[in-house]
Design a protein around this ligand. Structure first.
Ligand code: ATP
Ligand code: MN
Length: 464
């Protein structure tokens, strides 16, 4: 009995001599003058295709095999042979070819060898059939597995935080509202919409972060992480912002800022190491076709130590750089992408963890330092992408937290449960958020964040 096999396995020399069944989608068909055809087949199990030799003796050679083109789907059974060709260990001599579906050469959009990423975004349902998007899907899968592997090995609990929330983690706008009210005719209380009539008796939103909920579990069970979709209605049409993205957020009781930095550094290195080990073929492709520095960069980072730099010193470096930035920089202003990139790409040429930011530019929950002007924030910056991780030691002192909330005009009553964590058995604790798409962008060298997830959501775009 032939064994149903993945193409990844059939491409390995160990498969030579096996009777196998392979299934997948045709990439190309070439006919030889000698009366047989070469079919390149891919099934998503690996970057490479397998070459199939389909001879004229097949019953359906003229009627079907010779009509196969890019995008057609087939099942082939045959024998794996050693390949005389270069760059491949094996090939398949077909004994039977079953055609599931042809793909009309006149209309199938993926005929050309290379398409622009802009064009491919308009056919998000077909782009996973290209080399680039297949490789991204496999790398993304590897990163997710690595994320869970890392936290499970470190003794964290995986928790699920809600997708509908009444709290705004940053204490600022930019959220999508969730409502069942009739938008054409909403209930009114005076001139205002009466959200007491809404499904949850109050306004609710899609979360910008799961951090506050994760803190609940860290402050009860020690170490927890949440990993799920996050939503931001910011109208920023940049190459590193999505309206819907995935974020992994660990939260740890008894961790101070240094422990938090150590964890973040260990975490990133583990992800990079796993991708280098588990996706060598895909990474070769990115290195060759997308960005010639990605392999060297990842290997360098795995072996290096991240620079740790207080915000105040970073400002000095930027001011003394002699550079003209589009956004002027001074103590008290937030860093823009151009500043982040100067530090990681030009000045240090490695990842940089910036910490101790001015309290005025950071959210209320970050722990205030003894100097009173700065908070225990940390951002991990990497070349090209800029900020990849944002985190902090959290404010565990009830009175200071209340003061900070007042300072940022937040209503303490809305956060009564969050304040309770400081009221009953408070502990020092820390956490951070890593944007999944940012890390995949960094690993693959893909220029636009819309090309590292299956179905990007950006302003004005939610087709497939
Ligand atoms: P930025 O300044 O780059 O907009 P941020 O300061 O708003 O980021 P945080 O609120 O700290 O980011 O979010 C944590 C992490 O989530 C970021 O370090 C980044 O990796 C990722 N992230 C934030 N906003 C987006 C977005 N709109 N699309 C994709 N990833 C994002
Ligand atoms: Mn932002």
């Amino acid at each position: 009995m032939p064994e149903t096999m993945s193409i990844a396995k059939a491409r390995d020399a160990g498969a030579i001599g096996s009777q196998v069944i392979l299934r997948g989608w045709v990439r190309t068909r070439r006919d030889s003058k000698a009366g047989f055809s070469f079919i390149e087949l891919n099934d998503g199990s690996c970057f490479g295709n397998i070459q199939i030799i389909a001879g004229g003796e097949l019953d359906n050679y003229e009627s079907e095999v010779k009509r196969l083109s890019a995008g057609s789907s087939i099942t082939v059974s045959g024998t794996v042979k050693e390949s005389p060709g270069k760059g491949q260990a094996t090939e398949l001599q077909a004994e039977e070819v079953t055609v599931h579906g042809l793909a009309d050469v006149e209309t199938y959009p993926l005929q050309k060898k290379r398409h622009s990423f802009e064009f491919l975004r308009t056919i998000a349902h077909l782009r996973p059939r290209t080399n680039t998007f297949g490789a991204i899907a496999r790398v993304r899968n590897c990163v997710c597995r690595s994320i869970h592997g890392f936290f499970q090995d470190e003794g964290f609990l995986y928790i699920h935080t809600p997708i509908i929330t009444a709290s705004d983690c940053e204490g600022a706008g930019e959220m999508f509202q969730v409502t069942t009210l009739d938008l054409a005719n909403p209930p009114k209380k005076g001139p205002e919409i009466d959200f007491a009539e809404d499904f949850f008796d109050r306004p609710t939103f899609l979360p910008v972060s799961g951090q506050l909920d994760a803190e609940v579990f860290a402050c009860s069970l020690g170490k927890a992480y949440t990993f799920g979709p996050t939503f931001r209605a910011e109208n920023s049409n940049t190459s590193r912002h999505l309206a819907e993205f995935w974020m992994v957020e660990p939260e740890m009781a008894f961790f101070e800022l240094d422990d938090n930095m150590d964890l973040a550094e260990r975490f990133l290195k583990r992800i990079f190491r796993d991708v280098l080990d588990q996706c060598p073929e895909d990474m070769e492709f990115f290195n060759k076709r997308i960005d010639k520095t990605v392999l060297e960069t990842l290997q360098g980072i795995v072996a290096s130590r991240f620079v740790r730099l207080p915000y105040t010193e970073a400002i000095e470096i930027l001011k003394n750089s002699g550079r003209k930035f589009d956004f002027p920089i001074d103590w008290g202003t937030d860093l823009q992408a151009e500043h982040e990139r100067y530090l990681t790409e030009r000045h240090f040429k490695c990842p940089v963890i910036l910490y101790d930011y001015p309290r005025t530019i950071k959210p209320f929950y970050m722990r205030v330092n003894d100097d009173g002007r700065t908070v225990r924030a940390m951002d991990v910056l990497v070349p090209k992408v800029g900020e990849i991780i944002g985190g902090s030691q959290r404010e565990e002192r009830l009175d200071v937290l209340q003061e900070r909330m007042a300072e940022q005009d937040l209503n303490a009553e809305d956060y009564w449960w969050y304040l309770d964590l400081r009221r009953y058995g408070t502990v020092p604790h820390s956490g951070f958020g890593l944007g999944l798409e940012r890390v995949i962008q960094f690993i693959t060298g893909m220029a636009n964040i819309r090309d590292v997830l299956p179905f990007p959501r950006t302003p004005g775009s939610a087709e497939v």
